[in-house]
Design a protein around this ligand. Structure first.
Ligand code: FES
Length: 115
């Protein structure tokens, strides 16, 4: 396993458009977290930091999807991000993006790889 790759959770911990799984990202700062969600079957991970103001997206822990299940939403001012790209399509940071983290899903586990 490459050095910067690590297991985050089990596959069943992240259900389609369900609650995201949060994890610590000490590599990017003491209090930095990331999250993993599943959208259209694919696992997507991002640094949990809005592109507008550097705050965590989830107001209720693990709540990343909007009510439609089509977008990731920032609880602070409502920025909407595409789950598959992290691109902000609506809100105060339109045109900016979340920081994506590479993922791998294998043997019922979800791994992330940091560059
Ligand atoms: S802090 Fe996320 S939209 Fe303003």
């Amino acid at each position: 396993m490459p050095e910067r790759m690590r297991v985050i959770c089990r596959s069943e911990d992240v259900q389609e458009r369900g609650p995201g799984f949060r994890f610590a990202l000490p590599e990017l700062g003491e209090r930095t977290t990331g999250f993993v969600v599943r959208y259209n079957g694919q696992v997507q991970a991002y640094v949990n930091r809005c592109a507008h103001v550097p705050v965590e997206l989830d107001w209720n822990e693990g709540d990343f999807f909007d009510v439609s299940g089509e977008y990731l939403i920032c609880a602070t001012h409502g920025a909407h991000y595409q789950p598959q790209t992290g691109y902000c399509v609506m809100g105060p940071c339109s045109g900016k993006s979340l920081i994506k983290i590479r993922t791998l899903e294998r043997d019922h586990e979800i791994l992330i790889q940091l560059d």
